[in-house]
Design a protein around this ligand. Sequence first.
Ligand code: C5P
Length: 223
Amino acid sequence: MSKIIIAIDGYSSCGKSTTAKQVAAHLGYGYIDTGAMYRAVTLYFIQNHVSCTNPNEVSKALSEISIEFRLDENQKNNTYLNGLNVEEEIRKLYVANRVSEVSAVAEVRHAMVDQQRKMGKKRGFVMDGRDIGTVVFPDAELKVFMTADPLVRGQRRQIELMEKGDLLDLEEIMQNLKKRDLIDTTRTESPLKQAEDAEVIDTTYMTLDEQIDQVCILASYAI
Ligand code: C5P
């Protein structure tokens, strides 16, 4: 059976990553979380006080950053920044509050897109993000664009953070989602937009299992 690329793009907290991970496991495919890569760069920028508006600082920082994914003993994907496991840290709100600003920097995007294309050289993976079907792999055999009602997205994110021990106000979370969506959709460099040939899935009233099933059905037609 031929292996394909499945690109899942969409707004923040629509269930892209969880769906992508499960679809990849179901098909025996690899999974690449491109949001984690931008979050790792952002963490490095915060820790090292890198200014997004200073091209020299951005270039130097990018030359010092190495990002990889490693599976732990439970087959869970962890993001490593310069050899350190930053999986938990990059999910925190202080990183989420800066990530769209960092992701809008052209040089950051070029570096991440190059790395994503290398990671995906062999087909047979699911990649989720904002520009996968439009920029990174415009030749992906299946493109999915996920959307959901903002309140539902905020509530889902709140539960996800609560499960990790972070108790946050719904309003604060919704402000973050709104701000990220605005920057992500209006930036000059590869803004978030639906690819013309993408299948749209509105997850507002769907369970996670239904989302996974829907993508797996679409994949079975594309393979
Ligand atoms: O997917 P996640 O919510 O972890 O992504 C975090 C942020 O990274 C997004 O809000 C967006 O600013 C950026 N991003 C991006 N392009 C991607 C993936 C994520 O700009 N392909």
